[in-house]
Design a protein around this ligand. Structure first.
Ligand code: GLA
Length: 733
C-alpha cells in the first residue's frame, strides 16, 4: 500500500517510487495542512513542518490571532472568506448571499485502485497500479461536504487529484469556485514558473519566469483549453534543465475553462492551484446534490524536466489513452485540406487516393466541405447531409472506391457548431449559445450549439452517427473551430446560467464516449482550429490530436517541443505538407518535412498529384522509415537534447527503446553555418556499457561515450536541413 495514515501524529503519507506527498491534521481544530511534496521521505514524524508550534500558534492556543493563523497556515484545500486572505480553492454563496467556507477534516478512507470520475475523463488504474486516499472535509455552517481524492501510482511518480462537493445542508448553495487541486509550499528555492502560451498556428510555446509576490497565473475562459494558454503549470527550482533540478508539475485532465495559479504570500510561501476557471462559473447545488471537479495530474521530478516528461508520457500511454489504436501503428493518412480546401469532388479525391495508394499511403481523409452547401467557411455547419453535387454517386460509392484501392477512408466533422446560414439554424435559431436581446459575436461566421440541452446533443449525435453507419468509415477528425462567448442558454434557468461552459464540456465528452462505444474500431482524432484542444481530457477519448494548423516543419519544432514536453509522441498529429508552406510561406526540403512529421502520427496534407516528381519519389522511402521507426517513436522514452527555441540554431531530440536496444535521434539544423566544426550532441538514456552501431557507419560506440563524450554531427549544407540517426545495440556473439 503506497498510502499510510499514522493516527498518533495525524499524518497521511502518499508514496510513489521516488516521491512523497504528506498531509497533516491539526488535532483539535481539524485543520488539514499541507506538510510536504517532493523527494521520497522515509518513515518519520513530519508534523513539525506545519509550524503549528510557532507564532501565531493554533487557535486553540491563541484564539485572539485566529485570523493570523488562517492567513499563514499551509492549507491543503483552503476555504475562503473567513480569515485566509490568500486565494481560496473553493467558493460558496448561500441563499442569504454570504460567501464563506472553511472545510475541516471529518473522515478518510484508503483503498487500492482508483474510482472513476462520472462523466469526466481521467487516468485509470487497477488495484495493482495505485492506491487512493479519500479525505472528507466539511463546512458545518453551510453543510458542504468536500471530498478530496488522491491517487498515488505505485510504478510512476504521479499523483492524481480530484474533488467531489456535496450539499448536505438544508438550503440550496451556489458553488462559485472549486479547484481540483491546491497545496501550499515554501518558495525557498527561487522557483520559476513554466507555462505554455500561443495563438492559432503557434501553440504551446514554452515560457519561464521567476515567481514573485502576488498572483501569477495562466488560464482560459474561452470554453476550450485553447491555443492561447495551456492547462499546465510547472514550478522549477532555479537552474533546472532537462537533466537536473526539481520540478513540480500540474496538468489538467480537462478541455474547457481552466485556471492555473501560483500566489506568493507575505511569508514567502506559494499557494499553487488548478481547476475550472471561476469566471462565469456558478453551479447550483440543491440539498443532496453533488458536483465533481475534473482531475489534475501532479508529477514531481528531481531529475529535471526530462524526468517529468517521461513520467507524463508513461502515465498517459498506459493510464489515460484508450481504445484499439492505443498501442498500434496508425494508418498513414493523406488529408485533402491543404490539397484542395473546399474545391473538391469525388473525381478529385479519387485521383489523390489513386496516386497516394501507389506510394504506400494507407488512408484518405476527406476534410471540411463535403456536406450541405459548404463551398467556403460561411455556411452549412449543422447540415450534416452529403453534398451529392460534389460527392457524385454518394458517400458509400466514394468510400467503396477508396477501399478498392486498398485504402481506408476517414471523414471530418465539426459537430459542435451551427452556421447562421444553415437549414438547422433556420429551423432552430434558439439552438445557438446566445443571450437574449444581444446579438452573439460570430467567429469564422459561425455560432456554437448549446450542448447543455440534451435534445440538441441527441440530434447532432444521430446526424454524425448516421453518416458513419452509411459507409465503411474508419477515422473521424472531430474539429471545433471557434471559442465560446455570449454565454447564455435558452434551456437553463437563470440560476443555472453559470453552469453552461462546464455542461457544454460534459456534453462533448458524452458525445465522444457514445461515438467510441458505438464505433469501437473507429480511429478518432480531435482537433480545434489546429491544436486548441490538445489536452489530456481529449486524449481520454482520442488517441491522437491534431497538433497545429501550422504544418511548416520549422514552426513545428517549437510547437512539437512544447506538446511533447507533456504528451506522448504517439498522440501528436503531424503531417508533411505543401511548399511554400501555406501558413508562413517558408520553403523547406521535403526530407526535412518528413523528419519532423515522423515525430508524430505521420501523414500527408498536400495534393500528391501536383507536387514535384522528385518530392513524390521520396514518399515511399519516408513511408518505409515510418514503418521502421514508429514502434520505437510510439513506445520509447523521449529525451529533449537541444532546443532551437533556445539556441536559435538547431533542434534535436531522441527516442530510446524501453530496453535501450535502439534509439532514434532527430537532428534539424535550422540555420546553416560558415566555417565551423561539427556539432557535439550528448545523447541520453542509453546503456553505458552497451556498444551501439550507428546505421550507415562501420564503427560502434559505447553508450557512455555517446552520452558523456558526445556524438559529432557534421555541419549540414544550408538552412532547414535535417537527418535521422538510428542506433542499434550490438548483440555480443
Ligand atoms: C480547422 C482544422 C483544419 C481543417 C479546417 C477545416 O482549421 O484545424 O485542419 O480541418 O478546420 O475547416
Amino acid at each position: 500500500m503506497s498510502i499510510s495514515y499514522k493516527k498518533e501524529t495525524g499524518v497521511f503519507q502518499l508514496n510513489t517510487p521516488n516521491t512523497s506527498y504528506i498531509i497533516g491534521l491539526v488535532d483539535k481544530e481539524k485543520f488539514v495542512g499541507h506538510i510536504y511534496y517532493g523527494r521520497k521521505l522515509e518513515n518519520d514524524d513530519f508534523s513539525y513542518l506545519m509550524r503549528t508550534r510557532e507564532n501565531p500558534f493554533v487557535p486553540s492556543e491563541n484564539a485572539r490571532d485566529r485570523n493570523s493563523f488562517l492567513d499563514s497556515f499551509p492549507m491543503e484545500y483552503p476555504g475562503s472568506g473567513v480569515g485566509d486572505y490568500r486565494e481560496g480553492a473553493i467558493g460558496v454563496r448561500t441563499l442569504r448571499g454570504h460567501e464563506g467556507v472553511l472545510p475541516l477534516y471529518q473522515s478518510h478512507k484508503i483503498y487500492p485502485g482508483k474510482p472513476k470520475l462520472p462523466g469526466l475523463p481521467a487516468t485509470w488504474g487497477e488495484a495493482s497500479d495505485c492506491d487512493t486516499l479519500e479525505l472528507t472535509l466539511t463546512d458545518e455552517v453551510s453543510g458542504l461536504e468536500v471530498t478530496l481524492f488522491y491517487t498515488a501510482f505505485s510504478k510512476l511518480d504521479a499523483i492524481t487529484r480530484s474533488v467531489q462537493v456535496k450539499n448536505h445542508g438544508t438550503d440550496t448553495l451556489y458553488l462559485t469556485k472549486v479547484m481540483s487541486a491546491a497545496f501550499d509550499m515554501d518558495n525557498d528555492k527561487e522557483f520559476e514558473m513554466l507555462t505554455m502560451h500561443g495563438s492559432w498556428a503557434r501553440e504551446r510555446r514554452i515560457q519561464k519566469k521567476p515567481i514573485g509576490y502576488g498572483k501569477q497565473s495562466c488560464g482560459s475562459i474561452r470554453g476550450e483549453s485553447s491555443h492561447q494558454e495551456h492547462p499546465f503549470l510547472a514550478l522549477l527550482e532555479k537552474g533546472t534543465n532537462q537533466k537536473r533540478g526539481e520540478v513540480y508539475a500540474m496538468n489538467f485532465v480537462y478541455s474547457g475553462n481552466f485556471l492555473a495559479q501560483v500566489e506568493q504570500s507575505q511569508f514567502d510561501s506559494m499557494r499553487v492551484m488548478m481547476g475550472i476557471h471561476p469566471e462565469n462559473f456558478c453551479w447550483e447545488l440543491k440539498t443532496g446534490e453533488a458536483f465533481w471537479a475534473p482531475e489534475v495530474v501532479m508529477v514531481y521530478s528531481h531529475k529535471g524536466l526530462g524526468g517529468m516528461t517521461r513520467t507524463f508520457h508513461d502515465l498517459y500511454r498506459n493510464h489515460l489513452i484508450r481504445g484499439e489504436y492505443r498501442d498500434k501503428k496508425r494508418p498513414i493518412l493523406i488529408n485533402n485540406w491543404e490539397a484542395t480546401y473546399f474545391d473538391f469532388n469525388t473525381e478529385k479525391l479519387l485521383d489523390i487516393a489513386k496516386e497516394a495508394s501507389q506510394l504506400g499511403i494507407e488512408m484518405l481523409v476527406m476534410d471540411d466541405g463535403w456536406f450541405g452547401a459548404r463551398n467556403d467557411d460561411n455556411t452549412s455547419l449543422g447540415d450534416w447531409e452529403v453534398n451529392e453535387t460534389k460527392i457524385q454517386g454518394g458517400l458509400k460509392h466514394l468510400v467503396d472506391e477508396v477501399n478498392k484501392l486498398g485504402m481506408k477512408f476517414g471523414i471530418w466533422f465539426e459537430p459542435e457548431m451551427i452556421s447562421p446560414d444553415s437549414n438547422l439554424f433556420r429551423e432552430h435559431p434558439d439552438w445557438a449559445i446566445q443571450m437574449p436581446d444581444r446579438t452573439p459575436s460570430l467567429a469564422r461566421n459561425q455560432l456554437v450549439l448549446d450542448l447543455s440541452r440534451p435534445e440538441i446533443v441527441d440530434y447532432i449525435y444521430e446526424k454524425v452517427a448516421k453518416i458513419l453507419r452509411s459507409a465503411n468509415i474508419e477515422y473521424v477528425k472531430w474539429d471545433m473551430n471557434r471559442q465560446l462567448n455570449d454565454l447564455g442558454s435558452l434551456g437553463l434557468s437563470p440560476e443555472r446560467q453559470g453552469e453552461l461552459s462546464h455542461r457544454y464540456m460534459l456534453a462533448v465528452y458524452e458525445m465522444q464516449d457514445r461515438l467510441t462505444k458505438e464505433f469501437p474500431h473507429l480511429l478518432l482524432e480531435n482537433c480545434s482550429g489546429g491544436g486548441a484542444r490538445f489536452d489530456a481530457g481529449m486524449l481520454y477519448y482520442s488517441p491522437q490530436i491534431w497538433c497545429s494548423d501550422d504544418t511548416d516543419a520549422i514552426e513545428r519544432l517549437s510547437i512539437q517541443e512544447g506538446t511533447a514536453m507533456i504528451y506522448p509522441l504517439s498522440a501528436m498529429g503531424a503531417h508533411v505538407s505543401d511548399c511554400p508552406n501555406h501558413t508562413v510561406g517558408r520553403k523547406t526540403p521535403f526530407e526535412t518535412r518528413g523528419y519532423v512529421a515522423l515525430a508524430g502520427t505521420f501523414g500527408y496534407e498536400l495534393d500528391v498529384t501536383k507536387i514535384p516528381q522528385e518530392d513524390r519519389d521520396m514518399i515511399p522511402a519516408q513511408i518505409a522509415m515510418y514503418h521502421k521507426y514508429n514502434d520505437l517513436v510510439r513506445g520509447g522514452d523521449y529525451y529533449r537534447i537541444a532546443s532551437y527555441r533556445e539556441n536559435h540554431g538547431y533542434d534535436c531530440y531522441e527516442v530510446v527503446a524501453k530496453d535501450k536496444s535502439e534509439a532514434l535521434v532527430t537532428f534539424i539544423q535550422v540555420m546553416g553555418r560558415a566555417n565551423c566544426h561539427s556539432r557535439r550532441i550528448y545523447l541520453d538514456g542509453l546503456d553505458e556499457n552497451v556498444k551501439y552501431r550507428i546505421e550507415g557507419e562501420e564503427r560502434t560506440y559505447l553508450g557512455s561515450t555517446l552520452m558523456y563524450g558526445g556524438l559529432q554531427v557534421e555541419n549540414l549544407w544550408g538552412d532547414f536541413q535535417g537527418k535521422l540517426i538510428y542506433l542499434k545495440a550490438e548483440v555480443d556473439k
